[in-house]
Design a protein around this ligand. Sequence first.
Ligand SMILES: *Cc1c(COP(=O)(O)O)cnc(C)c1O
Length: 234
Amino acid sequence: MSMSAEQEVLKQRLDEIEKRIQAACERSNRKREDVKIIAVTKYVGAETIGDLLAVGVEHIGENRLQDALPKYQQYGDRGHWHFIGHLQTNKAKEVVGRFAYIHSLDRISLAQELNKRGEALNQVVSCFLQINISGEETKFGLSPDDVLAFLQETSNMKHIKIVGLMTMAPVVDNPDEARFVFRGLAEWKDRINEWNFPHAEVTELSMGMSSDFEVAIEEGATYIRLGSILVKPE
Ligand SMILES: *Cc1c(COP(=O)(O)O)cnc(C)c1O
């Protein structure tokens, strides 16, 4: 089967990104297979998702439910879908059952709603706890000071499990300036695992975007969320 021009372009961009991922893995002594790409498709339409899947992308990330639903309707049976944006509590029920992972769990009310919906569908909802490491007021995410209490309060919720942590790094000129945020999130993974909560066995770190994914990989990212470098906004 031959590739369309659009697919050729995506494949070329993926090849370039792949080299950079491999180099970052080598620098930090990590295995390439431990880093997965989430293609963030918020800038583009469903047809680009079809092209991404056709050239081998396995993870699709969307941050707004209304935009994501029609795309999901078309391609939801292919790939693994990640909800990466801020999630309103009243929208949670539409995300559960569709998206395999929710990266933006950041408050008790949302945990309660996800748990309730998971129970109704008889499934366990895989979540990433979003932590605001940088402390910027404009960013969503649980404050590090509240993480322990959050885990205690959610420990009886049988239909959610926290498989990973997610953070948004500050916008900086030099990606190295964001390193402390990635390192900080990785430290929270170790700390949480030491607490041994049965519902929070954290193996994944969702961190790093187009401008800083190499630094994130060096600090332990297992999912990098790539938008503009892969699907350029018009
Ligand atoms: C848009 C977005 C990304 C991707 O950003 P790029 O800089 O375009 O790679 C990653 N994560 C979240 C939560 C986003 O909203």
